[in-house]
Design a protein around this ligand. Structure first.
Ligand code: ADP
Ligand code: MG
Length: 639
């Protein structure tokens, strides 16, 4: 933690002033400017935090009922005072200790904060968009407040160990120990003088019904229409929300807006989800699931330690966040809740890991998500491609992780192909198959480091000539993925850069021509073989090439050039395999080369072509210095 203490005495009950973590300062500054058009979200954030705090207390009290003290009815209360310009949000949830307050309200623990900040451009318009994705939680209080006071007592601590946290949202905050008889947290916002519109019952009720109606716990406000003169009467409160867990209501009663707000609460996201699926399962296992696919990938999608999983409830009681056991890793982008009627209330992560019931829920939920995605791909292609851009890479992991759903996952994959010849991945395997020629039964693909490399691979030449479509793979994970895939819909996958090419029946005429060319070039083959002796497995006259002089072909089982390079970079031993060198005898370079009588020079030409082909495949040359020196000699001779 990077907070700095500027107090002299460091006893635990003194008032101390601490500096915000640098990131907090930066974000606070940005936020106040960029969330300007949507100020009312501050209330949603504070209510959402109170709801989380109440959920935590309810869970803790299962094993320690004493935490509920004399105050077992969990709720949120919202007051305002126009004269004093305050809004107060209080809850009787878990509360915070002094350390909690310092840690949780002084730093941003979210992983990826640093990445987020470095993504900021300084251009206010662009940055506002980003900050909308990142969200500010508690700190959004400073959008409307010039000073925020938090009085809180952690459940289980005595009344004189409560804490007051205050800040004006600039460089620092103070904490001091106070007395607080009631458990939980009270947040007092001292409104800026131009934000007084929020100190209004109608306004606040409107915000609650818009953003927070999905919460299962009651939100109370002072009963309206009381005779204000009648000051002897105790203030009466009334519940102003529906206070029923959203997922327990029937689908037809829930509006899209309610689903969206609920998503924002569970996912701690600030944008609407892409799609949701809400289901009640009855039978041997009974549970309700409400699953969402976000619109945007979180900053930490590839961080293995990042929290993932669903919010677990058992019979409406919140049990834990980030229950990872209900979905496979490759669906880690899915957010939502699961409410089980069968699990025990004291279920732990360990129990979840071992339970066969969880296994069967996991497999049902996995199918549910894959079906939801398939449906989206059929109903709304454009939206599906949005999903694919954000999460396609992660979904690809499923080809290796989940054998039982491989066919379903394959259906969801999207590719570039030579058909559209664009880097955009928008073609499915079914699209490819629908364009296959009669009787064809192979799905051809090529891989390289990027689209430009793969779309210009010499291996494609013969496919273009024969008008056969090839899938163009250019993501890092692709070569690994293709190692998991053998066939789809009864058609086998073929890497066009490996093994012998079988493009179907050649006509008699073509066969004859091929044989004649091979015969004609027997001597040249031998000559090249001698020159490239220790580099290649074999040398052949190519039937793949049209415009290029040469290419390298790997054995059907060999590791590709790209994978080889990645493994080497990661420090792994990779078995040395030699490629086959194929050349195009009709190419001018080869014809000229053949006329060279100096064997030394001829060898240099061959080595040049070999290294060139390796580069074209996205491989790395063994001896770049030798390549450059050969190249320079050739240049010199040409000048
Ligand atoms: P998030 O809710 O995404 O964790 P916030 O910025 O909204 O981020 O809140 C930061 C943290 O402050 C919470 O995770 C929680 O630990 C603490 N906190 C905020 N409000 C409350 C509250 N009403 N009761 C207890 N803890 C709270
Ligand atoms: Mg929050």
């Amino acid at each position: 933690m990077s907070t700095e203490s500027s107090s002299t005495a460091n006893t635990n009950s003194e008032k101390e002033t601490l500096g915000f973590q640098t990131e907090v300062k930066q974000l606070l500054h940005l936020m106040i400017h960029s969330l300007y058009g949507n100020k009312e979200v501050f209330l949603r954030e504070l209510i959402s935090n109170s709801s989380d705090a109440v959920d935590k207390l309810r869970f803790e009290s299962l094993s320690n009922p004493a935490l509920l003290e004399e105050d077992p009815e969990l709720k949120i209360r919202i007051d305002f005072d126009k004269d004093n310009k305050t809004i107060t949000v209080s809850d009787n949830g878990i509360g915070m200790s002094r350390d909690d307050a310092i840690n949780h309200l002084g730093t941003i623990a979210k992983s990826g904060t640093a990445d987020f900040l470095s993504a900021l451009t300084g251009d206010q318009k662009k940055d506002s968009k980003l900050i909308g994705q990142f969200g500010m939680g508690f700190y959004s209080a400073f959008i409307v407040a010039e000073k925020v006071e938090v009085n809180t007592r952690k459940a289980g601590l005595p009344a004189n160990e409560a804490v007051r946290w205050t800040s004006s949202g600039e460089g620092d905050f103070t904490v001091e120990t106070i007395e607080k008889s009631s458990r939980g947290t009270e947040i007092i916002l001292h409104l800026r003088s131009d934000e007084l519109e929020f100190a209004d019952a109608f306004r606040i009720r409107g915000i609650i019904s818009r953003y927070s109606d999905h919460l299962s716990l009651p939100i109370e406000m002072v009963k309206e229409n009381l005779d204000e003169e009648d000051s002897g009467k105790a203030v009466e409160y009334e519940v102003v929300n529906t206070a029923k867990a959203l997922w327990l209501r029937s689908r037809s009663e829930i509006s899209d807006e309610e689903y969206n707000e609920f998503y924002k609460h569970v996912a701690h996201d600030y944008q609407e989800p892409l799609i949701h699926s809400h289901n009640k399962v009855e039978g041997k296992l009974e549970y309700t699931s409400l699953l969402f696919v976000p619109k945007h990938a979180p900053f930490d999608l590839y961080n293995r330690e990042a929290p993932k999983g669903l919010k677990l409830y058992v019979q409406r009681v919140f049990i834990m966040d980030d229950a990872e056991q209900f979905l496979p890793l490759y669906l880690r982008f899915v957010k939502g809740v699961i409410d089980s009627s069968d699990l025990p209330l004291n279920v732990s992560r360990e129990i979840l890991q071992e339970s066969p019931a969880i296994e069967s829920m996991k497999s049902a939920l996995t199918k549910r998500v894959l079906d939801m995605l398939e449906k989206l791909s059929k109903d709304d292609q454009e939206k599906y491609l949005e999903f694919w851009k954000e999460f396609g890479q992660v979904l690809k992991e499923g080809t290796g992780e989940d054998y039982s759903n491989r066919e379903k996952i394959c259906k969801l994959l999207r590719f570039s192909t030579t058909h559209s010849n664009s880097a955009e991945q928008n073609q499915s395997l079914d699209d490819y198959i629908s364009r296959m020629k009669e009787g064809a039964n192979k799905i051809y693909y090529a891989t390289a480091e990027n689209f430009s490399a793969v779309s210009k691979s010499p291996h494609l030449e013969v496919f273009k000539k024969r008008d056969i479509e090839v899938i163009l793979l250019h993501d890092r994970i692709d070569e690994w993925m293709m190692g998991n895939l053998f066939e789809y819909d009864g058609k086998s996958f073929v890497d066009i850069a490996k093994g012998d090419l079988d493009l179907g029946e050649l006509s008699e005429e073509e066969k004859k021509e091929q044989e004649a060319v091979e015969k004609e070039n027997e001597d040249l083959v031998d000559r090249i073989k001698k020159a490239l002796e220790d580099k290649v497995e074999d040398v052949k006259v190519s039937s793949r090439l049209v415009d290029s002089p040469a290419c390298l072909v790997l054995g059907a089982q060999d590791m590709g050039f790209q994978m080889r390079m990645m493994m080497k970079q990661a420090g792994h031993q990779v078995p040395e395999t030699k490629p086959v060198f194929e050349f195009n005898p009709k190419h001018k370079l080869i014809e000229k080369m053949d006329q060279e009588s100096d064997e030394e020079k001829f060898k240099d030409f061959c080595l040049m072509l070999f290294d060139q082909s390796l580069l074209a495949e996205g491989g790395a040359i063994d001896d770049p210095a030798a390549f450059v020196s050969r190249m320079n000699q050739i240049l010199l001779a040409a000048l």
